[in-house]
Write a protein that binds this ligand. Structure first.
Ligand code: ZN
Length: 129
């Protein structure tokens, strides 16, 4: 029965999580009919996509979908890591903008008043770190 079928992947995993979140929404919204219907419809749509993908014979198309999803996931993950790294960096370094060319210059903190030389245009300016 599962021969030649696509099966389960990371994107399916996310759909399962979305389905579970939606089922919480469906439970909570039982007293508000329109909201209940919206949650139920979304839940039905998600489970339909899940089943469709699982039994799909067009394995290439499903692989492309999952590949796009994983690329997106990678982008999100690396940008979160970047923000974290920047926040940690702010404790030890300060970033100034060259007032001539706008180049960003990173210097260590706690060095008092220093002369910063722009590495792009050679402009010199004094700043307190
Ligand atoms: Zn400059």
């Amino acid at each position: 029965m599962f021969n030649g079928r696509y099966g389960f992947d990371k994107l399916s995993g996310l759909l399962v999580i979305i389905f579970l979140i939606l089922s919480i929404g469906t439970n909570v919204s039982r007293n508000v009919l329109w909201l209940y219907i919206v949650f139920l419809a979304l839940q039905t749509a998600v489970i339909a996509i899940l089943i469709y993908r699982f039994f799909s014979k067009d394995i290439n198309a499903r692989k492309i979908e999952n590949g796009r999803f994983e690329a997106f996931l990678y982008k999100v993950r690396s940008s979160v890591l970047n923000v974290k790294k920047n926040m940690e960096d702010r404790k030890t370094h300060k970033v100034f903008k060259c007032n001539k060319c706008g180049q960003k210059l990173r210097v260590p903190r706690g060095k008092g008043k220093i002369v910063i030389t722009c590495k792009k245009c050679g402009n010199k300016f004094e700043k307190t770190t």
